[in-house]
Design a protein around this ligand. Structure first.
Ligand SMILES: NC(=O)c1ccc[n+]([C@@H]2O[C@H](COP(=O)([O-])OP(=O)(O)OC[C@H]3O[C@@H](n4cnc5c(N)ncnc54)[C@H](O)[C@@H]3O)[C@@H](O)[C@H]2O)c1
Length: 331
């Protein structure tokens, strides 16, 4: 058992990670300023003696004692990270400096939740970790993309200069229960629209692609990554290499929800990448990991979650089978 700090622990992925770490018998310190995370996400852990939550903004230094750190704090959906772009850059950059300073003092392992957005609008497919990316440094997405790129720089500088034990995970689109309703991410958008029989908004002609990884699979990869030997620093792409067009995603969700929603087209947002697909050879080799959950199965679990949420039932009690197997959701 060890003491683990999860920054951003009240968010979508943070919540799943806290559940998984508690289930493994770790003590979990969740640090969050509730910018996009919610108390509801972590409510079921509050009576657990191994769980502690601290309201804190990681832009400010933090003095705690832990053995390992997962740095997830950062708004992840475009609506949220563009709402206050200066704060987004500060969270990525000052947050990384504070987390790395803490890891240096404690000699703790530290994982950075980086993102496929560091590749920008990529010119090569699929993206491998040695691709340096194609990022617009002054566009509306740059607060997130460049913030995360600078955080990676800081992680590697601390590693080279201070021999810190770092793990940099480049996370591609991940979905699942506990995504926020109305945060503008395509999977939750489509599901909520379909369940409400409202028009599904398809940007552009719907041929742009993404690859979607189920939350349970992603958490498994993060945990394996932190357990790798010190020389395994990454960056490592984590995601599902199966590509899916936005049109195909909409059709699948309409089918699974038996929805009567019409599909309406809207202009493609500025700077929106046309394609995104990870090459996960490194993750397969270094972590012996690949996603196990197919899109249809993962969407079914996610639809069940949102269905319960919209109907006012407690979604926390509706447990996706493959998450229950790895986490505290089973309680
Ligand atoms: N979900 C994805 O598809 C995806 C893809 C790539 C990378 N990531 C990365 O994974 C991490 C988690 O993403 P998520 O989808 O769970 O997002 P989320 O918005 O649900 O969670 C982020 C959490 O960080 C907290 N937070 C934000 N700023 C903070 C600050 N200054 N101090 C303390 N807490 C703060 C929020 O309140 C929230 O609980 C993020 O760093 C994100 O960039 C996620």
């Amino acid at each position: 058992m060890s003491r683990v700090l999860v920054t951003g622990g009240a968010g979508f992925l943070g919540r799943h990670l806290c559940a998984r770490l508690l289930a493994e018998g770790h003590e979990v310190l969740c640090v969050d300023n509730f910018y996009t995370g919610t108390r509801r996400n972590i409510a079921e852990f509050l009576n657990d003696p191994n769980f502690e939550v601290l309201r804190h903004d990681i832009c400010f230094p933090l003095y705690v004692e832990v053995d390992a750190i997962y740095n997830l704090a950062c708004p992840a959906s475009p609506i949220h990270y563009q709402h206050d772009p200066v704060q987004t850059v500060k969270t990525s950059v000052h947050g990384a400096i504070n987390v790395l300073g803490l890891a240096k003092r404690l000699r703790a392992r530290v994982l950075q939740a980086s993102t496929s957005e560091v590749y920008g609008d990529p010119e090569i497919h699929p993206q491998t970790e040695d691709y340096w990316g194609h990022v617009n440094p002054i566009g509306p997405r740059s607060c997130y993309d460049e913030g995360k790129r600078c955080a990676e720089t800081l992680f590697f500088n601390y590693h080279r200069q201070h021999r810190l034990r770092i793990k940099v995970a480049r996370i591609f689109n991940t979905y699942g229960p506990y995504m926020q309703q109305g945060d503008g991410r395509v999977v939750s958008n489509f599901i909520v629209q379909a369940l409400n029989n409202e028009a599904i908004t398809l940007y552009g002609d719907g041929t742009q692609t993404r690859s979607f990884c189920y939350a349970g699979d992603l958490i498994e990869a993060l945990v394996r990554f932190v357990d790798t030997p010190d020389e395994v620093t990454g960056p490592v792409n984590l995601g599902n290499p199966e590509e899916c067009s936005m049109r195909a995603l909409a059709e699948q969700i309409l089918d699974l929800t038996n929805s009567r929603s019409p599909v309406v087209h809207r202009p493609l947002p500025f700077d929106d990448p046309r394609r995104r697909r990870p090459d996960i050879t490194a993750a397969r080799t270094l972590l012996d990991w690949e996603p196990k959950t197919g899109l249809r199965e993962g969407l079914t679990q996610t639809i069940e979650y949102f269905d319960a949420l919209l109907a006012g039932r407690s979604p926390a009690r509706r447990i996706p089978a493959n998450l229950a197997a790895v986490g505290r959701l089973a309680n």
